[in-house]
Write a protein that binds this ligand. Structure first.
Ligand code: NI
Length: 176
């Protein structure tokens, strides 16, 4: 396990997209170490999710965890540690909800992004077993954000109005 360097917007890794992980690859110690390091890196940075391209790896792996005392997103509903390999989103709600997002690859900014309120995500867990989960609210938002990273997209691409983009101190002071 090690803390990994997080790629920021502008590094080609953020826009390159990622490919599926095979079961053989997933079983390798290198991949399992990567997953552990992604968890450690996310927690160290007070993130609520991280995708492999953010640590310069072009594989479809996402890690999500929302702790209720998270400093960057206080007051959100907690989500236990969730690791999804090759995630596929389906059953997206027609309804959208607009909410604030930030990104470890776009430090110190917040912006308003519309996201589907409920969805289903399917894939594999870290042991290669089928994984399926229904999600709503902030959990559904984070899943959409992280899967976007696997396709080379960031939340700024989803913002209908860049006027809601705030630096964090200004966000704390003026946005709510
Ligand atoms: Ni992000």
């Amino acid at each position: 396990m090690a803390l990994l360097k997080i790629a920021r917007l502008g590094h080609p890794a953020i826009r390159a997209g990622a490919g599926n992980v095979t079961l053989d690859e997933l079983a390798r110690s290198g991949t399992q170490d990567l997953i552990d390091s992604m968890i450690e890196t996310m927690r160290d940075a007070d993130g609520v999710g991280i995708a492999a391209p953010q640590v310069h790896v072009d594989k479809r792996i996402i890690v999500i965890e929302v702790q209720s005392e998270n400093r960057r997103y206080p007051g959100r509903e907690a989500v236990p540690l969730t690791i999804v390999i090759n995630p596929e989103i389906s059953d997206l709600s027609e309804s959208l909800e607009t909410g604030w997002e930030g990104c470890l690859s776009i430090p110190d900014l917040r912006g308003l992004v519309p996201r589907h309120t409920t969805l289903k995500v399917r894939g594999l867990d870290r042991k290669g077993r089928p994984f399926e989960q229904h999600a709503s609210g902030f959990f559904a938002r984070v899943i959409q954000h992280e899967v976007d990273h696997l396709n080379g997209n960031v939340y700024l691409d989803r913002m209908p109005d860049l006027k809601s983009l705030f630096f964090l101190p200004e966000f704390m002071r003026y946005s709510q």
